[in-house]
Design a protein around this ligand. Structure first.
Ligand code: ADP
Ligand code: MG
Length: 953
């Protein structure tokens, strides 16, 4: 076996890296042999000795070096442990199923383990035993006592893997925790306390948000560290899932949207466009039949702009001659400036245009006119900068009047922007978001379906008001009252870890992204046995209908021979279509939609048995191994059929990888039609037209050629690139937020940890009081020092009762006044403090700060959402939205920090003067507002320590 590995190792960088690991593997195996002499106790003693030694090391570099030193022996201990469990036929239950341990690490699994330990991604094919691969690096790193996290794609797999691998960890003397969705905080904390914790990315991420954005004392936090994480199915989590951030939302106090109001109008607009497009479709046919080909081409092109999914259009696209006409018309329009001007006119004949590829819908003048016939400016934002300058230059206005006028214009502009935004989101909701494809409606809620995986994502929401727009469209209750309380992208959560590693069957195509965003390099590990899978050429059809018929025929053929078939689909919708077709043919089959992970795992596990037909969206049953039934290997193994090429090559490879595990035979083939989304939007359509012509493709006929696979792949690469750019963009925006979040969460943590929070309170006094003093007293061109104003602020914020005479502000310089006030405020506070119960006061001080931070941070998050929308509108004014966003976010954050500190000052002296009021305040903590039904969110325990009665002076 070792020889076979060596044979495959020649040349490339990846292979050089693997070759360098070889000596380590040899060493591990040599040590492992010597370990067989030891008793179980002696083996376990190694664990405790290392743990003791390593948990005392605090310097991360020293720690890393020492781990590298003991790696061969530690890995050998793990392998020896696995051997003993195998020899004893150790039996146990996993997810209530009986099981017997029968695995000892293969060499390739040890190589994978080394790669994981070094903070990289190990690409290992499906069925290579990645679950076991993780055990060695997990064991080694858990010896530090700092907690190792293993991240899985769903709760079921977290439990399965923890209970399964937990046998080995327990044998070696380590503890394993399992994080599950519905656990209360105390249980979670106990899981995190274990040496190793298994859980899903959202559970880990939401725990982080709750710990740092909501907990008000140390003992409410559940996580203890972000030291080392191994992410299983890393592409699914760090790439696919990373497209929607984790959001904890709660009721919002502010609501401005008007989706309900605009819905009937937009609905009418969409109806008008549909009627218009149906007319265009008829017109095009007539022109074509009358021989006016060029005109026909232009009309069809217009139809395509207005309704890319029009049925008549789809039929016309089947005809290569007509396709050529459209391409020609399109080319004419993009050729030169005249053409482009003509294109603008052409668009104006529609109510709006749709860019399926960009996921964009754009109102035309005609459309705007329909919506607001009497108001030409209804969809134009006022030029605020010029208007402000004009107001500034208007003679005879006081400053207050100017400010008032500006505010009025600003308000008008905001309302205008909101309307434009609402309407454009509604338009998208109607034209680009299809029910049962992009989302489903359940229990009066719109639930997003991940189009990559077919998985429902309850609790996630589209941002930017799109979700509300879809809710309005479906007539379900619009969640107007939600706002973001805490949010983080998956990317930024996983960047918290000191060391990150991942494993999957398919990482190579996304290697760039892993490198750029996570600093993760990919190593491709050879399989334990040579791969015997046959990947056949794609079969290409003109229409979906023909394609599905061919798929059914293929299933029938295999099923007739008893060969098991796994059919992969890109959406729930096409799974159901295929299932109906199979029912007509009376072929028994099972459908999986990634809804019930555990039952699915059981079904998928049986997908390799004789005669079984399984239809599955590409996420369903991921992580479960398909074992072949008796005699299946001799008959060619599992047959995997893909019914559509996915946007991403990686997802296709994942599907192919479901067959031919561990050297089994297997067969895979994709069926494609020119009507598939991928082909319509990204398959260079002129090329497809030429192919159809060259081969004279007729009804029911198919194409098959290696270079056709290539052109499909080219289309995929194009989409991958684009999707990556989108994810990067999201991340660039989140990075701004991330820095702010780090500051806020860091400060919160400091407050929670502080033994003497009064120092923090004094820091605020020291900073803000002189700042305020300067604000009131510093001489500027126009302003006189405003002593009365300052005195008023001081007296309404602090219980000092200063009279103008006593304060005598005019006898000191600005700086002296600042220092003097700081001193008397500190004295007053100390005097007050001396009358309070010391411990209760500390709790109170922490609470005053945290309360200010949380309330204002959440308001800030809301404002940042608004800012994001606003800068997109500015993009029309040729400004880079990201730059605008950064600048404005920076200044908003400065304001936020000031507001937080001022609020602290405001509440400082008020907090205990009235105990009843304080207790009310406690009860009105933001936590108590959080919706209980947000997934991953259980209500935190009561927050700050309530002061005891004897706190009363
Ligand atoms: P992957 O996650 O790589 O797709 P799994 O971890 O689900 O693979 O393992 C696939 C199957 O291979 C499991 O049934 C497991 O028991 C088996 N297996 C893994 N490693 C070994 C081994 N060293 N020896 C024997 N069987 C193994
Ligand atoms: Mg797996």
């Amino acid at each position: 076996m070792f020889n076979w590995i060596l044979k495959t190792i020649v040349g490339s960088k990846n292979q050089r890296e693997l070759r360098r690991i070889q000596p380590v593997i040899r060493q591990i195996n040599e040590i492992e042999q010597t370990l067989s002499e030891l008793s179980d106790e002696a083996l376990r003693a190694k664990t405790s000795a290392w743990k003791q030694e390593l948990s005392a090391v605090s310097d991360p570099n020293v720690l890393a070096a020492r781990l590298e030193e003991i790696l061969p022996e530690a890995f050998a201990v793990v392998k020896q442990g696995a051997r003993r469990l195998t020899e004893r036929q150790h039996s146990f239950t996993v997810c209530d199923q009986p099981m017997t341990w029968a695995m000892v690490h293969f060499d390739v699994q040890l190589i994978g383990g080394v790669v994981l330990h070094r903070g990289r991604i190990a690409e290992m094919a499906t069925g290579e035993g990645k679950t076991l691969v993780a055990t060695a690096p997990v064991y080694l790193n858990a010896l530090t006592g700092r907690g190792v996290h293993v991240v899985t794609v769903n709760d079921y797999l977290a439990r399965r893997d923890a209970e399964w691998m937990g046998q080995l960890y327990a044998f070696l003397g380590l503890t394993v925790g399992i994080i599950q969705h519905d656990q209360p905080p105390e249980i979670r904390r106990a899981q995190y306390e274990c040496d190793i914790a298994y859980g899903t990315n959202s559970e880990f991420g939401f725990d982080y948000l709750r710990d740092n954005g909501m907990a008000t004392s140390r003992d409410q936090q559940v996580q203890r560290s972000h030291y080392y994480a191994i992410v299983d199915e890393v592409d699914s989590i760090l790439v696919d899932e990373a497209r929607t951030p984790l959001i904890i939302s709660g009721p919002s106090t502010i609501s401005t949207h008007q989706y309900d109001r605009f819905k009937p109008l937009v609905e009418q607009l969409v109806r008008n466009q549909t009627m218009l497009c149906n007319r265009l479709s008829t017109e095009a046919k007539e022109l074509y039949e009358a021989g006016k080909k060029d005109e026909a081409g232009r009309v069809i092109f217009k139809l395509k702009l207005g309704q890319p999914r029009n049925k008549g259009l789809a039929r016309m696209m089947e005809d290569p001659d007509l396709r050529k006409l459209i391409d020609k018309a399109e080319l004419e329009f993009y050729k030169d400036t005249d053409g482009k001007a003509a294109l603008v006119d052409l668009k104006e004949e529609l109510f709006f245009t749709i860019e399926e590829r960009q996921h964009d819908a754009d109102l035309t003048l005609k459309g705007r006119d329909f919506l607001k016939p009497d108001d030409p400016d209804a969809f134009v934002l006022p030029d605020l900068l010029t208007e402000f300058a004009d107001i500034e230059n208007k003679p005879g206005l006081t400053d207050a009047e100017k400010a008032h006028q500006k505010a009025a214009r600003q308000q008008y502009c905001d309302a205008q922007a909101e309307r434009i935004h609402n309407i454009s989101q509604l338009l998208k909701a109607y034209c680009l978001y299809e029910k049962d494809v992009e989302y489903v409606v359940e229990d009066n809620k719109v639930i997003i379906v991940d189009t990559f995986t077919g998985r429902k994502m309850p609790g996630r929401r589209w941002s930017d008001g799109l979700h509300q727009a879809v809710e309005a469209k479906e007539g379900v209750q619009i969640d107007r009252e939600t706002q973001t309380l805490a949010t983080i992208t998956i990317q930024n959560y996983f960047r918290l870890y000191e060391k990150l590693a991942g494993m999957t069957g398919t990482a190579e195509t996304e290697a760039n992204e892993f490198h750029d965003i996570y600093r993760l390099d990919v190593n491709v590990i050879p399989t334990n046995r040579p791969v015997r899978r046959l990947d056949e050429n794609d079969r290409i059809y003109k229409t979906r209908r023909e394609k599905y018929h061919a798929v059914i025929e293929a299933i029938k053929g295999a099923h007739g021979k008893g060969q098991p078939v796994l059919v992969g689909t890109a959406s729930v919708e096409s799974s159901e279509l295929l299932s109906r077709m199979l029912k007509l043919q009376k072929i028994p089959h099972t459908v999986l939609n990634a809804k019930y992970h555990m039952q699915e795992a059981e079904i998928v596990a049986r997908a390799g048995l004789r005669g079984s037909v399984t239809i599955s969206t590409n996420m369903a049953g991921r992580g479960t191994d398909i074992k072949l039934g008796e005699g299946i290997a001799e008959d060619g193994g599992l047959y995997v059929i893909g019914t559509e090429r996915h946007e991403s090559r990686r997802i296709d490879r994942q599907l192919r990888g479901r067959c031919a595990r561990q050297g089994d035979p297997g067969l895979s083939r994709f069926y494609v039609s020119f009507e598939d989304d991928l082909m319509r939007n990204f398959g260079a359509s002129d090329r497809m037209t030429r192919i159809m012509e060259t081969f004279g493709l007729k009804e029911g006929e198919e194409l098959e050629h290696p270079w056709l696979n290539k052109s499909v792949e080219t289309a995929q690469k194009r989409v991958e690139q684009r999707n990556y750019m989108i994810r990067r963009r999201t991340l660039e925006f989140d990075d701004v937020m991330n820095q702010q979040r780090e500051v806020i969460y860091g400060y919160r943590q400091e407050v929670m940890d502080s033994e003497n929070p009064r120092e923090l309170v004094f820091e605020v006094i020291d900073e803000m009081v002189p700042k305020k003093v300067a604000e009131y007293l510093e001489q500027t061109d126009s302003d006189e020092p405003d002593r009365a104003g300052l005195l008023n602020w001081v007296n309404t914020t602090f219980p000092l009762g200063l009279s103008a005479k006593k304060a005598a502000l005019d006898t000191r310089s600005v700086e002296e006044n600042g220092a003097w006030l700081v001193q008397i405020i500190r004295d007053a506070y100390n005097r007050k403090a001396s009358m309070e119960h010391a411990e209760a006061l500390r709790g109170l001080e922490r609470f005053v700060i945290l309360n200010a931070v949380d309330r204002l941070w959440q308001e800030h998050l809301y404002a940042m959402d608004g800012l994001r929308e606003a800068v997109y509108l500015r993009a029309f004014a040729q400004k880079d939205p990201l730059v605008e966003y950064k600048n404005e976010a920076f200044s908003m954050f400065g304001d936020l920090m000031d507001s937080i500190k001022l609020e602290v000052l405001n509440n400082l002296f008020r907090s205990t003067t009235n105990l009843q009021a304080f207790e009310n305040l406690l009860r009105s903590l933001p936590q108590s507002l959080i919706q209980a039904d947000v997934p991953g969110l259980s209500r935190p325990q009561q927050a700050a320590p309530a002061p005891t009665r004897d706190a009363e002076p």
